[in-house]
Write a protein that binds this ligand. Structure first.
Ligand code: BGC
Length: 767
């Protein structure tokens, strides 16, 4: 079609000297010259959501056929390409893969594995005919209760940045654009459209922007999405310093910036701040931008710059190239990849020998309603699993040649159906933007339990926690419910009395409390949210087909409140969505959410709801626990294996801007396995307090056979060991001694070296 349009338009140009130019890489200037101001403004306003060519997708940019300007089609990620599976008058099904969650991806500590996930989801975008995937999200895990943690990666900016970069590089290897989001400091969902993250310049630079900086520099995403929240009083989408001074100025970002869907209040301010596209786009916003362009409130050069960036984006798309997409994708290969990568991101937390299952284990009793109601992904736009593609635990066990207690399984299935009827008398919601009210645990009588112990070789108790976009979790959810605790006590007592073992499986979106109950289990496995192959990925680890090599990308605290950041998070607040939507409904124009934002009368500012003070400053996650010696349940970077590894430091160097360590990793155990090598640095103090350790490099070995070794070299820039000196508006590499620690996790250092920096070094940033 596009080619025909171009041909026709070329023909017309010959016939009429006055006809417009057709968009090509060489005609951008001319096209901009010929565009009316109305057309320019059209390009900068998105085209709404959900309908049209790709039902269920997030939107598109506007097409202007007279210049051959095509739309760029966009859909959400990061776990799944979100498009409708069914279309009107179309028998074809547009099925997409539910890939492993952000936490699983980060827990692999394996950039190649994550790149392959990015490449596969990018391929689905391409195969189904779209152009841009609105992913990855890479806000930091500041609180275990943030509703969107499972879309994000880590509490550490280096791990988060490297994993995001790998995902983006994978997506973009298909000629598909990624959209890095939500820029920036969007670490809570409560009141997300209005809340203000109040954070120091040092914490911003070293933590909340640093992860984005790494991803931008290492992957150059085609697009970036600003976030809903404010930072230090300004909506991020209306903050020119964030977008222009830092993102484009300091980091050299080349692509297009778009707003989040209905973010901010003032579309004109968003354009003036350096956003190139307002999403999903409202008529009123178009009118406001047009008026501002005409009266000079938006300078024409700035408008033209955004138009240029949009045209450059369009030129890169497959839609512009007229790509003849197949509408079929390799679901089989992507399922296999999901199974593999998710298993690599499963973390073994405890094990007294119960895992891997011994050969004697034939039949496994599955307890806990989550065993039959698995959480493969987030609620909300990031994922949402479709029943027919989810591999459950019973199926996973069967695929491994094991059986389960089917009587118990049938009872759970009935119990869940009854519970759902009780909880949702009007039917299950298609998806929820708040954490789902999930079924309670079911009572099991002593007689039934005795029978089950007799019939089964081992017990697996699954605990689940779900969350998603639009709401945070309550601190109560950090702990087991009475029902879960009662079940665990009962199963543990009964199986242990018979000399049988108990495994606890955590199918959770984020950390929960474990210290008070973990001794009741022989092994504890954290699967996070593994995607559509959940049952297979988990059973692969339980049986030892995959030797676990996942590591925690976040600290697991002993109790809620232990982390410095917990003091400032809406952990007890239940956001009243219905009041918010009522405010929308009362606005003159119900569809105009941006305007509704304006009309929504904010009550007196409430701490942690209207504003959140990041009082902990840079002391977030392990930087706090490790430096202040606060005990944790499981430290950052932690994870067990079915084998052991020995470390030998071969070389450590800091020469000019190049720093590196070379380490020999030897498998000293009995089965093959992979090891994650982590390098932490304690920097010289200089003029600022420094964390005890900061992750500066990591690498994952290949599969090492027992008795074999692998030599791993990890490199980083010396300048990356600098801290941000706010007064000097510069990164400051202090003079003095640096301790370089090669570790198994942040609490388990295996080898240490020191290096000297002879002269203080300043790396100024833009003002
Ligand atoms: C979310 C974004 C998403 C967008 C489009 C917003 O509500 O915050 O992550 O990309 O919707 O669906």
């Amino acid at each position: 079609m596009r080619k025909i349009a171009i041909l026709a338009s070329c023909l017309l140009s010959v016939l009429f000297a006055q006809a417009q130019t057709v968009l090509t890489p060489n005609t951008i200037d001319q096209v901009i010259k010929e565009m009316t101001v109305e057309e320019k403004v059209d390009l900068l306003i998105g085209c709404g959501q959900g309908k049209g060519k790709f039902p269920g997708s997030a939107g598109r940019s506007r097409d202007i056929p007279r210049f051959g300007i095509t739309s760029a089609y966009m859909a959400d990620g990061p776990h799944r390409l979100i498009i409708a599976e069914k279309r009107e008058f179309d028998s074809h099904e547009y099925i997409t893969t539910e890939f492993p969650s952000g936490a699983n991806c980060a827990a692999t500590f394996d950039v190649e594995a994550v790149k392959s996930v990015g490449a596969a989801i990018g391929r689905e975008v391409s195969d189904y005919g779209l152009d841009i995937l609105l992913a990855p999200g890479e806000n930091l895990l500041r609180s275990p209760l943030c509703g969107r943690n499972n879309e994000y990666y880590s509490e550490d900016p280096l791990l988060s940045g490297k994993i995001a970069a790998a995902y983006i590089n994978g997506v973009q290897s298909n000629g598909i654009g990624a959209c890095l989001k939500h820029f920036a400091v969007n670490n809570q969902e409560t009141n997300r459209n209005m809340m203000d993250s109040r954070v120091s310049e040092r914490a911003l630079r070293e933590l909340y922007l640093r992860n984005f900086e790494i991803a931008v520099k290492e992957a150059q995403p085609w697009t970036i999405m600003t976030s809903y929240n404010k930072v230090n009083g300004k909506y991020t989408c209306e903050d020119r310093r964030l977008t222009e001074t830092i993102l484009r100025g300091d980091w050299g970002f080349q692509g297009l910036v778009m707003t989040d869907w209905n973010a901010g209040r003032d579309a004109v301010a968003s354009i003036n701040a350096g956003n190139d596209m307002i999403q999903p786009g409202q008529q009123k916003q178009r009118e406001a931008i047009l008026a501002a362009a005409k009266d000079g409130t938006i300078p024409m050069e700035l408008l033209d710059l955004s138009v240029r960036r949009t045209l450059e984006l369009v030129l890169k798309t497959k839609t512009y190239a007229g790509y003849n997409y197949p509408e079929e994708t390799d679901l089989k290969a992507h399922a296999a990849l999901t199974r593999k990568v998710a298993a690599e991101g499963i973390v073994l937390l405890q094990n007294n020998g119960a895992l891997p299952f011994s050969e004697k284990v034939q039949q496994v009793a599955l307890y806990g309603q989550t065993s039959f109601n698995l959480i493969a992904a987030t609620t909300g736009f990031g994922g949402t699993i479709h029943g027919h593609t989810l591999v459950g635990l019973v199926e996973g066990l069967r695929n491994a040649g094991l059986t389960t207690d089917m009587e118990l399984a049938q009872r759970y299935v009935k119990h869940i159906a009854d519970e759902n009827k009780r909880l949702y008398p009007n039917g299950l919601p298609p998806f929820s933007i708040t954490p789902l009210n999930r079924p309670d645990e079911m009572p099991i009588s002593a007689e039934e339990m005795a029978e089950q112990v007799k019939n089964n070789c081992i017990a697996v108790v699954t605990i689940g926690r779900i969350s998603g976009e639009g709401a945070d979790r309550n601190s109560k959810e950090f702990y087991l419910t009475d029902g879960e605790l009662g079940l665990l006590k009962q199963v543990s007592a009964a199986y242990h009395a018979a000399g049988k073992q108990v495994v606890v499986l955590l199918n959770v979106c984020s950390p929960i409390e474990t210290a008070s109950w973990r001794d009741m289990a022989d092994a504890v496995v954290c699967a996070f949210e593994p995607g559509q192959e959940t049952g297979n990925s988990i059973v692969d680890v339980l049986t030892g087909k995959v030797n676990p090599s996942g590591r925690l990308p976040m600290t697991w605290a002993l109790k809620y409140g232990d982390a410095a950041a917990d003091a400032n998070f809406p952990s007890e607040y239940v956001f009243d969505m219905s009041a918010f939507f009522k405010a929308y409904a009362n606005s003159d124009n119900m569809k105009n959410a941006a305007e509704a934002n304006q009309k929504y009368e904010e009550p007196k500012p409430i701490k942690d709801v209207d504003y959140t003070n990041y009082d902990e400053d840079i002391w977030m996650g392990y930087r706090y626990f490790d430096t202040k010696k606060v005990a944790v349940a499981y430290p950052f970077g932690y994870g067990l294996s079915y084998t052991d590894f020995g470390y030998e430091l071969l070389k450590s160097e800091v020469v000019g801007d190049k720093s590196s360590v070379t380490v020999k990793v030897t498998n000293t155990g009995k089965v093959a396995g992979r090891e994650v090598v982590q390098v932490y640095v304690h920097a010289a103090k200089g003029s600022m307090d420094k964390p005890e350790k900061e992750l500066r490099a990591f690498a994952k070995t290949g599969l090492i056979q027992p008795g074999q070794s692998e030599v791993v070299t990890l490199e980083w820039k010396t300048g990356d060991m600098a801290s941000f000196n706010t007064k000097a508006n510069a990164w400051e590499l202090a003079k003095g001694t640096y301790t370089i620690m090669v570790a198994h996790d942040v609490n388990d250092v295996r080898c240490t070296a020191t290096a000297k920096v002879d002269k203080k070094q300043l790396y100024p940033v833009n003002k």
